[in-house]
Structure formats: C-alpha cells, structure tokens
Write a new protein. Sequence first.
Length: 261
Amino acid sequence: MDYPTFKKLAGALTGLELSNYKSQQMDRRINSLKTLWNIETYEDFLKLLQSDPQKFKEFINRLTINVSEFFRNPERYEDLWNRVLPDLLKRNREVKIWSAGCSNGAEPFSVAIIASELYAADRVRILATDVDREILHKAQNQPLFNDNEVKCVPDDLRKNYFEKRGEFFRLKESIRQMVTFRFHNLHENHFDTDWDLIICRNVVIYFTSEAKNILYQKFFDALKPGGYLWVGGTEPLLNYKSWGYENPAPLFYQKPVNNVA
C-alpha cells in the first residue's frame, strides 16, 4: 500500500478529509507516529488503526491537536465583551453563537462567562462543535481545568466562576449548562444558518488554501446579516472583501447588516 492510498483509507476510517489539510504538516504528523509505533508498512498502519481503539484515539488526537484555554488572546475577548456581543444583544432578542472546533470547551465557556457578566445568559444560545468525539465528551462531562487553561482568566472572574479542587479549577455549573456540545465535521457536515456569531479560532491553520476559501464562504452564508465571524490571530482574512465581509475590529469579520442572502 502506498502513502496516498493510506491517507485516503485512513481519512475514510476517521471521518477526516485529509486532503483538505496542508500536506507538509499532515504528512509529518502521520509519519512521526509510524516511526514512533515502529510500523514498517502503511498496510500494517491501517490494520493497527482498525484493530486498536487506543491507537485510533491517539491518531485522531495527533491530527486534530486539541489545545485551548480560557480567554486566550484577552484583548480580542475585550472586543467581544465591549463591542461585538453588546451590538448583537442590542439588535437581537436572542443571540445564536457557534464555536466551531471547540476542543475542551474553554472557548465557548469563556463566551458564556461574558454573556453572564452582561446579564444576558438567558438570551444567548451557544453551540460548541468538534470533529473529535473524545474531546467533546470531556468538554461536556469534565468540568475541571488546570492552571495553564485558566491562566488568562481575570482574577475576579476566576473567583466568581471557578472553585479550586486540589490542583484543578472546577467551572460553575450554570456556565456549563449554557453550552450545548455536538459532533460536527467542517468539511463534510451541513451548516446551520442564521448565526449571529461564528467563532473559528486556531482551527484552519493547517487547512489548504482551497479548503479555507470554501469554509469562509460557507461561514458567510451561515451568518445572519450583521453577524460576525471571529478567527484566530494566525488566520486573518486578508481577502475578506472578496467574500463580502467587513472588518470592524481585529480578527472580527462582519456580514453587512443590509446583506440579504
């Protein structure tokens, strides 16, 4: 079995469209595992993924890289708190938010904390999705976070929304209940519509340019007029105007209010 065949079959097995990822980074991760596990052929590699659930999980984790923390890049959360979310709350009775590629849930939970601080917990609906079912289960059922994951949380918010449990911080139940978790594959699954805010940060950095272009157009189509897309610091939309976005704040891209799909 040659490598392209392995990638195609492994992609079908995992549900990940590996051709949408930049080949250099993806190939390095796959072949580093092949070396680490002392596998001689790609045929043996595929058989191992099919027969060993633990190795299959490790393979998924290596490809998707689940790293997240609360209030990552605090200055952008300030923009969300002081500008973007108040604008959405002013214009909408209910604000519909999608955190795409949510990893351990720190990102959507951070948004939920801000909504609570704005006295809008009952007006905000937050959906958090990821392609990794294991990390989704953890995000939904494991409310404990380590020091590094809460290092950017302001002291007053940490005091109000977390309690120390040994070496970990336990997130307040009321915040956890504000977020709904669901499996979703950005490359393959249907996109819901009428979103007021779509958050997709530090997710597409390894996607090909073609895959990114398709994704950003799909995000645009999924937004309400006046809705925002929030991307990561390494993923600015240099050609945001070509999709129809405006750029009201760093890394926030808005579908024009007068845009009618």
